[in-house]
Design a protein around this ligand. Sequence first.
Ligand SMILES: [Zn+2]
Length: 391
Amino acid sequence: MQLLSDLLHSERGRDFLLTRGIFSEPGDFASILARPERTELRGFLGLDKEAPDLKLVCSGQQIYIDYHFSVLAKIVLMRYLINQPGLAAFFIWHDTDRSGSDPLITKFEWPMGSKTYPIKIAPPGKIEVETRFVELDPDLLNKALETLKNYVFQSNFGDKAATRQRFNELKEVFLHNNRANLSELNFQVTSFLLKKQFGWNPGAAMLSGLLSNDILTAEVELILNNLSGYVQVYNAAIEELQELDIDPQVHPLAEDYLPLYYSCEVDDRRLRLLHLDGQDGHYAIARCKCGQEYRFFLGSKVLSLTEISQSGRWGPDVSLPVLLNRQVSGLIMGKSSALYGLIMKEVLAKVLGQKPVPFLIPKSLAGAGSVAEGYDSLIYHYLAGKEQPLV
Ligand SMILES: [Zn+2]
């Protein structure tokens, strides 16, 4: 089945993406953006007072400790777009995913000879815990820094004093955050590296910050009150993509689907909440492996997130593009999110009565011709004193 890179390689594929509102030319994308329909996110960012007609472009990414250049391509596009008149851009770092959902959340690799060696920054046994709830171990981080120091100086990057200075500055950031949670350390290291390598940092917030400020609550409730249509159209859209020989990147939804996760209060394990349509109303339920059970009342006629939203322990699933649709003018998407975004666009139009905002994808996701020089790692490029290739 075709992936996004395959579609970008053929004219037919690119035309198909365009008919679905997925652009790879930033100029074309910028020219059709409209002001967001709702104002919660604009208000949260303080944009309404400054310039009420400003258009808002958003992108997002799991908060890693290190990045491949394909991910940074989204930030490169964002930097291009903020130079367009009347446009603001904003990055959402996802800290509500399982810390085991990508290896780069908890470790990075250092290349030596023909091999790479892992440097782990998070304690073991936390892969089922969301990045925001993983507590760091200062001793383990000290060991990681010692190992990194050895690797850096064995790698022989020339000017030793300059190498030492770069290492020490990065070490400072680690030490300053060694008692924080993993998401905070990753955020601080990411911000430091982007500033050093790009000379620029996008305006940004953690996804958990949007949740606790109720920016997305009304959007989740809209899904809750259209669940059966949501599931039906979502699954039909998956089938349609498969018939077109395109990999939908996501699985069909079950009847008891809810777009919600909840982190266990006992062991922090991330649990999917399921829909129970009971005699006295609707519930969101989950049972943890530790034995703890959860049951939140959603409502009897009109469903609401009230019981869950104050907990500080809930998070959305991959439906985020749906939740952001009325809050933004357009979204910059990555490899897999652009494809399941196609499914979200169907749901928005056919179930929630919304016009889906356009997506912009980095052309470099097509793969050919843009392979960066050297090892594909932001930390490595910084410590080696190499300029960041602009993907
Ligand atoms: Zn538990």
